[in-house]
Design a protein around this ligand. Structure first.
Ligand SMILES: *Cc1c(COP(=O)(O)O)cnc(C)c1O
Length: 392
Protein backbone atom coordinates (compact mmCIF):
# COMPACT_ATOMS: atom_id res chain seq x y z
CA UNK A 1 0.00 0.00 0.00
CA UNK A 2 1.29 3.43 -0.87
CA UNK A 3 -0.03 6.70 0.45
CA UNK A 4 -1.07 7.55 -3.13
CA UNK A 5 -3.16 4.42 -3.78
CA UNK A 6 -6.39 6.20 -2.93
CA UNK A 7 -5.77 8.57 -5.84
CA UNK A 8 -5.45 5.73 -8.35
CA UNK A 9 -8.68 4.27 -6.98
CA UNK A 10 -10.50 7.60 -7.21
CA UNK A 11 -9.31 8.12 -10.78
CA UNK A 12 -10.32 4.58 -11.80
CA UNK A 13 -13.73 5.28 -10.26
CA UNK A 14 -14.13 8.39 -12.39
CA UNK A 15 -13.26 6.41 -15.51
CA UNK A 16 -15.81 3.70 -14.66
CA UNK A 17 -18.57 6.28 -14.15
CA UNK A 18 -17.81 8.11 -17.40
CA UNK A 19 -16.76 11.18 -15.41
CA UNK A 20 -13.06 11.25 -16.23
CA UNK A 21 -11.98 14.41 -18.09
CA UNK A 22 -10.09 13.55 -21.25
CA UNK A 23 -8.62 16.87 -22.17
CA UNK A 24 -8.27 17.61 -25.84
CA UNK A 25 -5.42 19.69 -27.26
CA UNK A 26 -6.06 22.71 -29.48
CA UNK A 27 -3.58 23.37 -32.27
CA UNK A 28 -5.00 26.53 -33.88
CA UNK A 29 -6.44 29.94 -33.12
CA UNK A 30 -10.01 30.06 -31.77
CA UNK A 31 -12.75 30.38 -34.37
CA UNK A 32 -15.65 28.53 -36.01
CA UNK A 33 -13.18 25.76 -36.81
CA UNK A 34 -10.40 24.40 -34.67
CA UNK A 35 -7.57 21.94 -34.96
CA UNK A 36 -8.26 19.55 -32.08
CA UNK A 37 -5.88 16.66 -31.42
CA UNK A 38 -4.54 17.24 -34.93
CA UNK A 39 -7.95 17.10 -36.61
CA UNK A 40 -9.80 20.00 -38.31
CA UNK A 41 -13.27 20.19 -36.73
CA UNK A 42 -16.29 22.47 -36.29
CA UNK A 43 -15.99 24.24 -32.93
CA UNK A 44 -19.09 24.01 -30.71
CA UNK A 45 -17.23 24.31 -27.41
CA UNK A 46 -15.66 27.72 -26.92
CA UNK A 47 -16.98 30.66 -24.92
CA UNK A 48 -15.76 32.84 -27.78
CA UNK A 49 -19.31 34.17 -28.27
CA UNK A 50 -18.43 37.04 -30.58
CA UNK A 51 -15.43 35.53 -32.33
CA UNK A 52 -13.16 38.17 -30.78
CA UNK A 53 -10.46 35.78 -29.49
CA UNK A 54 -8.65 35.98 -32.83
CA UNK A 55 -10.02 39.30 -34.13
CA UNK A 56 -7.33 41.15 -36.13
CA UNK A 57 -7.83 44.46 -34.28
CA UNK A 58 -7.50 42.76 -30.91
CA UNK A 59 -4.46 40.75 -31.95
CA UNK A 60 -2.88 43.96 -33.27
CA UNK A 61 -3.57 45.79 -29.99
CA UNK A 62 -1.90 43.00 -28.03
CA UNK A 63 1.11 43.05 -30.37
CA UNK A 64 1.53 46.82 -30.04
CA UNK A 65 1.30 46.62 -26.24
CA UNK A 66 3.85 43.80 -26.19
CA UNK A 67 6.29 45.99 -28.11
CA UNK A 68 5.84 48.86 -25.66
CA UNK A 69 5.44 47.02 -22.33
CA UNK A 70 6.85 43.53 -22.93
CA UNK A 71 5.02 40.44 -21.75
CA UNK A 72 5.26 39.89 -17.99
CA UNK A 73 3.44 42.04 -15.43
CA UNK A 74 6.36 41.58 -12.98
CA UNK A 75 4.22 42.64 -10.01
CA UNK A 76 0.82 42.64 -8.37
CA UNK A 77 -1.50 45.53 -9.18
CA UNK A 78 -0.94 47.27 -5.84
CA UNK A 79 2.88 47.36 -6.16
CA UNK A 80 4.19 47.87 -9.72
CA UNK A 81 1.68 45.97 -11.87
CA UNK A 82 -0.77 48.77 -12.73
CA UNK A 83 0.00 50.27 -16.15
CA UNK A 84 -1.89 53.14 -17.75
CA UNK A 85 -3.61 50.45 -19.86
CA UNK A 86 -5.12 48.85 -16.73
CA UNK A 87 -6.44 52.24 -15.60
CA UNK A 88 -7.81 53.06 -19.07
CA UNK A 89 -9.51 49.70 -19.22
CA UNK A 90 -11.24 50.18 -15.87
CA UNK A 91 -12.46 53.64 -16.90
CA UNK A 92 -13.68 52.44 -20.29
CA UNK A 93 -15.47 49.44 -18.77
CA UNK A 94 -17.23 51.66 -16.22
CA UNK A 95 -18.44 53.93 -19.02
CA UNK A 96 -19.44 50.98 -21.23
CA UNK A 97 -21.47 49.41 -18.44
CA UNK A 98 -22.90 52.61 -17.03
CA UNK A 99 -21.38 51.87 -13.61
CA UNK A 100 -19.76 54.29 -11.15
CA UNK A 101 -16.45 52.44 -11.18
CA UNK A 102 -14.78 49.19 -12.19
CA UNK A 103 -11.87 47.15 -10.84
CA UNK A 104 -10.34 44.39 -12.94
CA UNK A 105 -8.97 41.07 -11.70
CA UNK A 106 -6.98 38.27 -13.38
CA UNK A 107 -10.15 36.27 -14.07
CA UNK A 108 -13.82 36.02 -13.27
CA UNK A 109 -12.91 33.29 -10.80
CA UNK A 110 -10.55 35.50 -8.80
CA UNK A 111 -13.00 38.41 -9.06
CA UNK A 112 -15.58 36.32 -7.23
CA UNK A 113 -13.13 35.02 -4.63
CA UNK A 114 -11.74 38.49 -3.92
CA UNK A 115 -15.05 40.31 -3.88
CA UNK A 116 -17.17 38.03 -1.71
CA UNK A 117 -14.44 37.49 0.87
CA UNK A 118 -13.84 41.26 1.10
CA UNK A 119 -17.49 42.09 1.74
CA UNK A 120 -18.70 39.51 4.24
CA UNK A 121 -17.10 37.53 7.06
CA UNK A 122 -17.74 35.16 9.95
CA UNK A 123 -20.57 37.13 11.51
CA UNK A 124 -22.42 37.47 8.22
CA UNK A 125 -24.70 35.45 5.97
CA UNK A 126 -24.82 34.87 2.23
CA UNK A 127 -28.00 33.95 0.38
CA UNK A 128 -26.79 32.05 -2.67
CA UNK A 129 -28.71 30.52 -5.60
CA UNK A 130 -28.47 26.75 -5.38
CA UNK A 131 -26.98 26.50 -8.90
CA UNK A 132 -24.37 29.25 -8.59
CA UNK A 133 -20.99 28.84 -10.30
CA UNK A 134 -18.14 27.09 -8.48
CA UNK A 135 -16.20 30.36 -8.13
CA UNK A 136 -19.12 31.94 -6.23
CA UNK A 137 -19.38 28.89 -4.00
CA UNK A 138 -15.64 28.99 -3.29
CA UNK A 139 -15.78 32.74 -2.62
CA UNK A 140 -18.64 32.18 -0.18
CA UNK A 141 -16.72 29.43 1.64
CA UNK A 142 -13.57 31.52 1.76
CA UNK A 143 -15.42 34.40 3.39
CA UNK A 144 -16.33 32.29 6.42
CA UNK A 145 -19.90 33.64 6.30
CA UNK A 146 -22.85 31.34 6.82
CA UNK A 147 -24.11 30.16 3.42
CA UNK A 148 -27.83 29.75 2.89
CA UNK A 149 -28.65 28.28 -0.53
CA UNK A 150 -32.09 29.20 -1.89
CA UNK A 151 -34.03 27.40 -4.63
CA UNK A 152 -32.80 28.20 -8.10
CA UNK A 153 -34.18 31.44 -9.59
CA UNK A 154 -36.88 31.64 -6.91
CA UNK A 155 -37.33 35.13 -5.38
CA UNK A 156 -40.08 33.88 -3.03
CA UNK A 157 -37.75 31.20 -1.66
CA UNK A 158 -35.07 33.86 -1.22
CA UNK A 159 -37.46 36.08 0.72
CA UNK A 160 -38.47 33.17 2.93
CA UNK A 161 -34.83 32.32 3.64
CA UNK A 162 -34.10 35.93 4.58
CA UNK A 163 -37.06 36.05 6.98
CA UNK A 164 -35.95 32.82 8.63
CA UNK A 165 -32.43 34.13 9.15
CA UNK A 166 -33.56 37.50 10.54
CA UNK A 167 -31.61 38.64 13.58
CA UNK A 168 -28.88 36.00 13.22
CA UNK A 169 -26.32 38.05 11.33
CA UNK A 170 -24.42 41.33 11.11
CA UNK A 171 -24.38 41.88 7.32
CA UNK A 172 -25.85 39.94 4.43
CA UNK A 173 -25.19 39.42 0.74
CA UNK A 174 -27.45 38.02 -1.96
CA UNK A 175 -25.51 36.47 -4.84
CA UNK A 176 -26.62 34.91 -8.10
CA UNK A 177 -25.25 33.98 -11.49
CA UNK A 178 -26.74 36.21 -14.20
CA UNK A 179 -26.79 33.60 -16.93
CA UNK A 180 -26.46 30.05 -15.59
CA UNK A 181 -23.63 28.54 -17.56
CA UNK A 182 -24.83 24.95 -17.81
CA UNK A 183 -28.52 25.56 -18.60
CA UNK A 184 -28.39 29.00 -20.24
CA UNK A 185 -31.32 30.37 -18.21
CA UNK A 186 -31.32 33.95 -16.89
CA UNK A 187 -31.75 34.99 -13.25
CA UNK A 188 -34.98 36.97 -12.59
CA UNK A 189 -32.94 39.99 -11.58
CA UNK A 190 -35.73 42.58 -11.16
CA UNK A 191 -37.64 40.34 -8.71
CA UNK A 192 -34.47 39.41 -6.83
CA UNK A 193 -33.60 43.11 -6.63
CA UNK A 194 -36.99 43.88 -5.08
CA UNK A 195 -36.24 41.38 -2.33
CA UNK A 196 -32.76 42.81 -1.78
CA UNK A 197 -34.23 46.31 -1.58
CA UNK A 198 -37.01 45.29 0.80
CA UNK A 199 -34.50 43.90 3.31
CA UNK A 200 -31.72 46.38 2.46
CA UNK A 201 -29.23 43.64 1.63
CA UNK A 202 -26.15 43.88 -0.62
CA UNK A 203 -26.98 42.44 -4.03
CA UNK A 204 -24.41 40.84 -6.33
CA UNK A 205 -24.72 39.26 -9.76
CA UNK A 206 -22.03 37.31 -11.63
CA UNK A 207 -22.65 38.00 -15.29
CA UNK A 208 -19.79 35.99 -16.81
CA UNK A 209 -21.97 34.56 -19.61
CA UNK A 210 -24.00 37.77 -20.06
CA UNK A 211 -21.03 40.09 -20.57
CA UNK A 212 -20.85 40.86 -24.29
CA UNK A 213 -24.02 38.82 -24.83
CA UNK A 214 -26.98 40.37 -22.95
CA UNK A 215 -28.05 44.02 -22.93
CA UNK A 216 -27.58 46.70 -25.57
CA UNK A 217 -24.50 45.79 -27.62
CA UNK A 218 -23.44 43.29 -24.95
CA UNK A 219 -23.47 45.64 -21.95
CA UNK A 220 -24.55 42.81 -19.69
CA UNK A 221 -27.46 41.70 -17.54
CA UNK A 222 -27.84 44.92 -15.54
CA UNK A 223 -28.32 46.80 -18.81
CA UNK A 224 -30.61 44.03 -20.13
CA UNK A 225 -33.00 44.63 -17.23
CA UNK A 226 -32.38 48.40 -16.92
CA UNK A 227 -31.19 48.01 -13.32
CA UNK A 228 -28.32 50.53 -13.45
CA UNK A 229 -27.39 51.78 -9.99
CA UNK A 230 -29.58 49.13 -8.34
CA UNK A 231 -27.37 46.05 -8.43
CA UNK A 232 -24.56 46.79 -5.96
CA UNK A 233 -21.95 44.47 -7.45
CA UNK A 234 -21.78 43.20 -11.03
CA UNK A 235 -18.99 40.72 -11.62
CA UNK A 236 -18.03 39.98 -15.19
CA UNK A 237 -15.37 38.30 -17.23
CA UNK A 238 -13.33 39.27 -20.25
CA UNK A 239 -12.41 35.63 -20.81
CA UNK A 240 -15.62 34.75 -22.66
CA UNK A 241 -17.39 37.09 -25.12
CA UNK A 242 -14.58 39.66 -24.88
CA UNK A 243 -12.27 37.00 -26.26
CA UNK A 244 -9.32 37.82 -23.99
CA UNK A 245 -8.85 37.04 -20.29
CA UNK A 246 -9.62 38.78 -17.01
CA UNK A 247 -12.38 39.53 -14.54
CA UNK A 248 -14.10 42.74 -13.58
CA UNK A 249 -16.27 44.11 -10.81
CA UNK A 250 -18.54 47.04 -11.65
CA UNK A 251 -20.45 48.95 -9.04
CA UNK A 252 -20.58 51.68 -6.49
CA UNK A 253 -17.36 53.74 -6.14
CA UNK A 254 -16.89 52.89 -2.50
CA UNK A 255 -17.16 49.14 -3.14
CA UNK A 256 -14.53 49.33 -5.89
CA UNK A 257 -12.31 51.47 -3.68
CA UNK A 258 -12.60 48.85 -0.90
CA UNK A 259 -11.72 46.03 -3.32
CA UNK A 260 -8.56 47.90 -4.33
CA UNK A 261 -7.61 47.75 -0.63
CA UNK A 262 -8.90 44.32 0.33
CA UNK A 263 -9.50 42.20 -2.79
CA UNK A 264 -6.88 39.55 -2.06
CA UNK A 265 -6.18 38.32 -5.62
CA UNK A 266 -5.67 42.00 -6.59
CA UNK A 267 -3.13 42.42 -3.80
CA UNK A 268 -1.41 39.03 -3.80
CA UNK A 269 -1.41 37.69 -7.37
CA UNK A 270 0.24 39.33 -10.37
CA UNK A 271 -1.73 41.62 -12.67
CA UNK A 272 -2.99 40.58 -16.08
CA UNK A 273 -0.35 41.50 -18.65
CA UNK A 274 -0.30 44.78 -20.55
CA UNK A 275 -1.04 42.98 -23.86
CA UNK A 276 -4.09 41.40 -22.19
CA UNK A 277 -5.29 44.80 -20.97
CA UNK A 278 -4.71 46.32 -24.43
CA UNK A 279 -6.63 43.48 -26.05
CA UNK A 280 -9.56 44.01 -23.64
CA UNK A 281 -9.54 47.73 -24.50
CA UNK A 282 -9.75 46.84 -28.20
CA UNK A 283 -12.69 44.54 -27.42
CA UNK A 284 -14.52 47.44 -25.72
CA UNK A 285 -13.82 49.58 -28.80
CA UNK A 286 -15.38 46.97 -31.07
CA UNK A 287 -18.43 46.52 -28.84
CA UNK A 288 -18.98 50.28 -28.66
CA UNK A 289 -18.62 50.67 -32.44
CA UNK A 290 -21.38 48.30 -33.47
CA UNK A 291 -23.90 45.74 -32.25
CA UNK A 292 -23.38 43.65 -35.39
CA UNK A 293 -21.57 40.75 -33.71
CA UNK A 294 -23.98 40.57 -30.78
CA UNK A 295 -26.91 40.58 -33.20
CA UNK A 296 -25.34 37.82 -35.29
CA UNK A 297 -24.71 35.73 -32.17
CA UNK A 298 -28.40 35.87 -31.18
CA UNK A 299 -29.54 35.23 -34.75
CA UNK A 300 -27.32 32.12 -34.94
CA UNK A 301 -28.47 30.92 -31.52
CA UNK A 302 -32.16 31.24 -32.38
CA UNK A 303 -31.70 29.42 -35.67
CA UNK A 304 -29.67 26.56 -34.16
CA UNK A 305 -31.96 26.02 -31.19
CA UNK A 306 -35.05 26.08 -33.41
CA UNK A 307 -33.58 23.47 -35.76
CA UNK A 308 -32.42 21.25 -32.88
CA UNK A 309 -35.96 21.27 -31.44
CA UNK A 310 -37.36 20.36 -34.86
CA UNK A 311 -35.00 17.37 -34.91
CA UNK A 312 -36.48 16.29 -31.58
CA UNK A 313 -33.66 17.15 -29.18
CA UNK A 314 -34.34 18.42 -25.66
CA UNK A 315 -32.45 21.71 -25.35
CA UNK A 316 -33.63 22.39 -21.80
CA UNK A 317 -34.56 25.82 -20.50
CA UNK A 318 -31.95 27.98 -22.21
CA UNK A 319 -32.81 31.61 -23.01
CA UNK A 320 -29.33 32.43 -24.31
CA UNK A 321 -26.84 31.15 -26.94
CA UNK A 322 -25.81 28.38 -24.50
CA UNK A 323 -27.50 25.29 -25.93
CA UNK A 324 -27.57 22.23 -23.67
CA UNK A 325 -28.53 19.00 -25.39
CA UNK A 326 -29.92 16.94 -22.54
CA UNK A 327 -28.89 13.27 -22.61
CA UNK A 328 -29.24 12.01 -19.03
CA UNK A 329 -26.50 9.56 -18.14
CA UNK A 330 -22.85 10.59 -18.35
CA UNK A 331 -21.60 7.59 -20.38
CA UNK A 332 -24.18 8.33 -23.10
CA UNK A 333 -23.12 11.99 -23.19
CA UNK A 334 -19.47 10.95 -23.49
CA UNK A 335 -20.25 8.50 -26.28
CA UNK A 336 -22.32 11.15 -28.07
CA UNK A 337 -19.42 13.58 -27.88
CA UNK A 338 -16.95 10.98 -29.26
CA UNK A 339 -19.25 10.16 -32.18
CA UNK A 340 -19.73 13.85 -32.97
CA UNK A 341 -15.97 14.23 -33.02
CA UNK A 342 -15.66 11.35 -35.48
CA UNK A 343 -18.16 13.28 -37.60
CA UNK A 344 -16.03 16.43 -37.47
CA UNK A 345 -17.81 18.27 -34.65
CA UNK A 346 -16.14 19.28 -31.39
CA UNK A 347 -18.76 19.47 -28.60
CA UNK A 348 -17.86 18.32 -25.12
CA UNK A 349 -19.94 16.20 -22.78
CA UNK A 350 -20.60 17.70 -19.35
CA UNK A 351 -21.40 15.52 -16.34
CA UNK A 352 -21.21 15.43 -12.56
CA UNK A 353 -20.00 17.41 -10.60
CA UNK A 354 -20.40 20.26 -13.12
CA UNK A 355 -24.09 19.32 -13.45
CA UNK A 356 -26.27 17.09 -11.27
CA UNK A 357 -26.13 13.30 -11.66
CA UNK A 358 -28.57 12.11 -14.35
CA UNK A 359 -28.43 15.51 -16.07
CA UNK A 360 -25.43 14.89 -18.30
CA UNK A 361 -25.47 16.73 -21.58
CA UNK A 362 -23.58 18.02 -24.56
CA UNK A 363 -23.29 21.77 -24.25
CA UNK A 364 -23.18 23.54 -27.60
CA UNK A 365 -21.75 27.05 -27.53
CA UNK A 366 -23.00 29.09 -30.46
CA UNK A 367 -20.83 31.97 -31.68
CA UNK A 368 -21.03 34.92 -34.06
CA UNK A 369 -18.04 33.32 -35.78
CA UNK A 370 -20.29 30.53 -37.12
CA UNK A 371 -21.96 30.96 -40.48
CA UNK A 372 -25.04 29.09 -41.68
CA UNK A 373 -22.92 26.38 -43.36
CA UNK A 374 -21.17 25.72 -40.05
CA UNK A 375 -24.47 25.44 -38.22
CA UNK A 376 -25.83 23.20 -40.99
CA UNK A 377 -22.85 20.88 -40.65
CA UNK A 378 -23.39 20.76 -36.89
CA UNK A 379 -27.09 19.99 -37.24
CA UNK A 380 -26.37 17.18 -39.71
CA UNK A 381 -23.89 15.57 -37.33
CA UNK A 382 -26.31 15.86 -34.38
CA UNK A 383 -29.06 14.26 -36.45
CA UNK A 384 -26.84 11.37 -37.55
CA UNK A 385 -25.44 10.62 -34.09
CA UNK A 386 -28.80 11.24 -32.39
CA UNK A 387 -30.44 8.59 -34.57
CA UNK A 388 -27.57 6.15 -34.22
CA UNK A 389 -27.71 6.36 -30.41
CA UNK A 390 -31.54 6.37 -30.38
CA UNK A 391 -31.75 9.77 -28.70
CA UNK A 392 -34.13 11.08 -31.37
C1 LIG B 1 -16.75 31.23 -16.51
C2 LIG B 1 -17.34 31.75 -15.29
C3 LIG B 1 -16.53 32.35 -14.32
C4 LIG B 1 -15.04 32.36 -14.42
O1 LIG B 1 -14.57 33.31 -15.34
P1 LIG B 1 -13.05 33.23 -15.77
O2 LIG B 1 -12.75 34.59 -16.29
O3 LIG B 1 -12.95 32.17 -16.82
O4 LIG B 1 -12.27 32.89 -14.56
C5 LIG B 1 -17.14 32.90 -13.21
N1 LIG B 1 -18.48 32.84 -13.05
C6 LIG B 1 -19.28 32.28 -13.96
C7 LIG B 1 -20.75 32.28 -13.75
C8 LIG B 1 -18.73 31.70 -15.10
O5 LIG B 1 -19.53 31.13 -16.00
Amino acid sequence: MSKLDWLTQEIDGLKEQGLYNRIRTIGSAQGARLVVDGKDVLNFCSNNYLGLANHPKIVEAAKDATKKYGVGPAAVRSIAGTTDLHIDLEKRLAKFKGAEDVITFQSGFTANLGTIAALVGKEDVIFSDRLNHASIIDGCRLSGAKIIAYEHNDPAALEEAIKQAAGTYRRALIVTDGVFSMDGDIAPLPALYEVAKKFDILFMVDDAHGEGVLGKGGRGIVDHFGLHGKVDIEVGTMSKAFGVVGGMVAGDKVIVEWLRQRGRPFLFSSAVTAPDAAACLAAVDLLEESTELVDKLWDNAKYFKGEMKKLGFDTGVSETPITPVMLGEAPLAQQFSRELFENGVFAMAIGFPTVAKGKARIRVMISASHDRDDLGQGLEAFEKVGKKLAVI
